[in-house]
Design a protein around this ligand. Structure first.
Ligand code: F6P
Length: 326
């Protein structure tokens, strides 16, 4: 087993509330093993450009309650090219780094697997507001994003009621409907539109109209950004088919507001547990794995079983949403 003396940690892809808690846990748990810790700035972009700095117990203090990531993050499509990854490996070698912890979602863990296959000991930490990463039932950031979406939905319902309107609310999630489904369930939506289940605009209109006919003062459709008919397309359809909904309609796209702000207690704790889990995995000699949470326990799953593997939205929850919608 390779002796570890020095590790690096980076955050990559879309930032997620709770990442700072994971950085802090990785740093402090590694220091407790008497390893040195380097923080890589701006994800894989900083790895390629050798933007690293030592992390100490003090430098990660007072960050847990902050959203975003103190290390910065970036999308780095260049990292898909092997020469770029070779440059990153050279930089890691020059800095005498024995292992790398990658905190991020799908794209980030794809990069982590590529590095692992080139011989670098890498451990991933499941972190994305989309919750679309196989290998962890829940990822860092999704709880905060969901709570932000819910607060917005609750607010929209009050103005919707005052004006007797229907709202289309679009939430993030890339190609995954998890955030939309959960926000719809917890927000009392009339209908949830997700990429995993094709829903026609006519069906959305039918459900909103049914709410109108039941005498409701407002109605709500929660729409995932990755759905075949996203909020913009539904909005355009409603304009062309005015009068089919009963209600006057308005559309709100929540966008990046869902990624900002203070992490919830759940995301802070998850960040702490998964960050600590990454160091624990390295001490056991595990590498090329993703640290996640499954059945309430911190687990590791080979990155080969994570990358490119779709995560299925629970069909039971979708059924529950359609019952509770009525
Ligand atoms: O992966 C997180 C996420 O917020 C997605 O939900 C969204 O589609 C995407 O990132 C937005 O990416 P960017 O911040 O690069 O615009």
């Amino acid at each position: 087993m390779r002796v570890i003396k020095r590790i690096a940690v980076l955050t990559s892809g879309g930032d997620a509330p709770g990442m700072n808690s994971a950085i802090r846990a990785v740093t402090r748990c590694a220091l407790a093993q008497e390893w040195d810790v380097l923080g890589v700035r701006r994800g894989y972009a900083g790895l390629v450009e050798d933007e690293v700095e030592p992390l100490t117990g003090r430098s990660v203090s007072n960050i847990m309650q902050c959203g975003g990531t103190v290390l910065g993050s970036a999308r780095c499509p260049e990292f898909e090219a092997e020469p770029t990854r070779r440059q990153a490996l050279r930089n890691l070698q020059q800095n005498r780094i024995d292992a790398l912890v990658v905190i991020g979602g799908n794209g980030s863990q794809t990069g982590a697997l590529a590095l692992a296959e080139m011989g670098l000991p890498v451990v991933g930490v499941a972190s994305t507001i989309d919750n679309d990463l196989a290998g962890s039932e829940v990822t860092i950031g999704v709880d905060t994003a969901l709570n932000i979406a819910l607060e917005a939905i609750d607010r929209l319902k009050t103005t919707a009621s005052s004006h007797q309107r229907a709202f289309l609310v679009e939430v993030m999630g890339r190609k995954c409907g998890y955030l939309a489904l959960m926000a719809g369930l917890a927000g009392g939506a009339e209908i949830v539109v997700i990429p995993e289940r094709e829903t026609s605009p006519a069906e959305v209109a039918r459900q909103l109209r049914a709410a109108y006919e039941r005498g409701k003062r407002h109605a709500l459709a929660v729409v995932a950004e990755g759905a075949l008919y996203d909020a913009a397309k539904l909005d355009a359809w409603f304009r062309e088919h005015a009068g089919q909904v009963g209600f006057d309609t308005r559309t709100t796209t929540l966008g990046h507001v869902q990624r900002g702000g203070t992490p919830t207690a759940f995301d802070r704790l998850l960040g702490a547990r998964l960050g600590a889990g990454a160091v624990a995995a390295l001490t056991r000699g595990e590498q090329g794995v993703l640290v996640g949470l499954n059945e309430g326990k911190v687990t590791t799953t080979p990155l080969t079983e994570v990358v490119g593997v779709p995560k299925i939205v629970d069909p039971e929850l979708f059924r529950l949403a359609s019952v509770l919608e009525k």
